[in-house]
Design a protein around this ligand. Structure first.
Ligand SMILES: [Zn+2]
Length: 259
């Protein structure tokens, strides 16, 4: 299983108080604080950046990903203010940076961290045409050793959020580094009038609920192109949700020819 940057089996080498004074921190990159720990990752692993990372934050890294994050790249990923994750060739998560955990803590808590830890298949966070797009592009990044960038929405029931994603192939395309930069964040506007989760309005003839893969609005089952905002189903996604793509998201976010 994955190694944890920071899990120091040999014991605590520093304390939270020591972090402030710096006097108790010993050994290059071998630091363990009361709730915040950084362990060396081989000889080329990232430094701890103890002055920038709050107590309680740490990154995790799969053993297969460790060798890909040496030197400046690892330092960059560790320090990045954006949520950064690493992908292995089987499209499972191989690395999560401290900012990712900060965002998870602030926006979903332990449940998010546990569900999307090391080894989680990243595509399971998506469905429908959006999932197909991400799978195709991630695989092309591996196969062609190339980069990809994409804008997407990942809103909560109460807050609109938009991200810019940069994907880089690293280590000779043995892994992908995915940087998710928050580009917009504000309460939902008048285009997101909250509707009640009345299944009779949204269930199609197969008993499914069609949700846009970007904006997460739900299409009315009356045959119209009405896609409506149902916060309860964003908070707790029903099992019978299937992936779709509303017209505005198709036009603004989806690359032409991708469906
Ligand atoms: Zn949409």
């Amino acid at each position: 299983m994955g190694a944890t940057w920071g899990k120091d089996e040999s014991g605590v080498l520093g304390t939270a108080e020591g972090r402030q004074s710096g006097s108790d921190l010993t050994g290059p990159w071998r630091i363990s604080l009361r709730n915040y720990e950084v362990e060396p990752v081989g000889k080329s692993g990232p430094p701890p950046h103890i002055d920038r990372m709050p107590v309680g934050e740490k990154s995790v890294c799969d053993e297969r990903f460790l060798g890909l994050l040496g030197g400046r790249l690892g330092e960059h990923a560790e320090q990045h203010e954006a949520s950064v994750f690493g992908l292995l060739p089987d499209l499972t998560i191989g690395y999560l940076n401290p900012a990712w955990f900060r965002f998870a803590r602030d926006n979903g808590g332990e449940e998010v961290s546990e569900r999307w830890g090391l080894g989680a298949p990243v595509l399971e966070a998506m469905h429908g045409p959006v999932r197909a797009l991400f799978e195709r592009e991630y695989r092309l990044c591996f196969e062609k050793c190339r980069a990809w960038q994409h804008d997407y929405e990942c809103s909560s029931p109460r807050v609109f959020r938009e991200f810019h994603m940069d994907v880089f192939a690293i280590g000779g395309a043995r892994g992908l580094l995915v940087i998710n930069t928050l580009t917009a964040e504000h309460p939902h506007g008048s285009d997101r009038v909250a509707m009640k989760p009345e299944e009779s309005l949204y269930l199609d003839e197969h008993g499914l609920i069609l949700q846009c893969g970007y904006c997460r609005r739900i299409q009315r089952s009356d045959g119209s192109e009405r896609w409506e905002w149902i916060p309860e189903w964003v908070e707790n996604q029903p099992d019978n949700v299937t992936g779709g793509l509303c017209v505005p998201c198709y036009q603004t976010r989806f690359p032409s020819g991708s469906q």
